[in-house]
Design a protein. Structure first.
Length: 201
């Protein structure tokens, strides 16, 4: 079926309505993030209180829109990204992306400010972090666990290239890849729960 002027006008109108909804969702994001961080503060208060027990099952029964995993995420981010590093526009997922820099609050602040200024998606922010802050070199000592892998030649070649680029051992390169996949997979699980993000990032 060929497009007609009416089809073009209808498509333009539909696109404009989508943009309006996107703006409305973006406007809600700061409030949603604020609520998520406030829940994290409450859970930390419960964890650190004299009557402390496993607060998560009880909290999950109260905050029924969130799973225990998500509630733990709130605490993880609140503990690692202090108020001084945050801004008013970063989503919870953006905050979580910089949470691993717990001991570098100025770096967290800088990354979040750049993400806000450049309107980075969470995916873009994660990629920026991987490119600009590659995994550290292997530290001495026995690893917590070890496994043996048999990789196809093309994958082994990729591991070697990765190791050379970041000046780490092949073993450390594989470990770093698994860490990155784990972080990304955890984020995807987190994002799969509609109430966590509240709106698309």
């Amino acid at each position: 079926m060929s497009a007609t002027p009416e089809h073009f006008d209808a498509h333009q109108e539909w696109t404009e309505r989508c943009r309006e909804q996107a703006k409305a969702a973006e406007a809600l994001q700061p409030a949603i993030t604020k609520i998520q961080l406030a829940i994290g503060d409450l859970l930390i208060e419960g964890e650190d209180s004299p009557w402390s027990h496993d607060v998560y099952p009880e909290a999950a029964a109260i905050f029924t829109k969130y799973t225990v995993v998500t509630l733990r995420d709130f605490v993880y981010v609140v503990r690692r990204v202090k108020t001084s590093s945050r801004n008013d526009v970063s989503s919870f997922a953006h905050l979580k992306a910089v949470a691993r820099f717990k001991d570098q609050p100025e770096l967290q602040k800088e990354l979040l400010a750049r993400a806000a200024q450049d309107k980075m998606s969470v995916t873009t922010l994660r990629r920026t972090i991987r490119e600009e802050h590659p995994p550290e070199k292997s530290k001495p000592g026995k690893p917590p666990a070890s496994i043996k892998l048999s990789l196809p030649p093309e994958l082994m070649e990729f591991v070697v290239r990765y190791a050379k680029k970041y000046k780490v051992t092949p073993d450390r390169a594989i470990f770093s890849m698994i860490e990155q996949f784990h972080e990304q997979f955890s984020e995807e699980e987190h994002d799969a729960e509609p109430e966590v993000e509240g709106v698309a990032s």
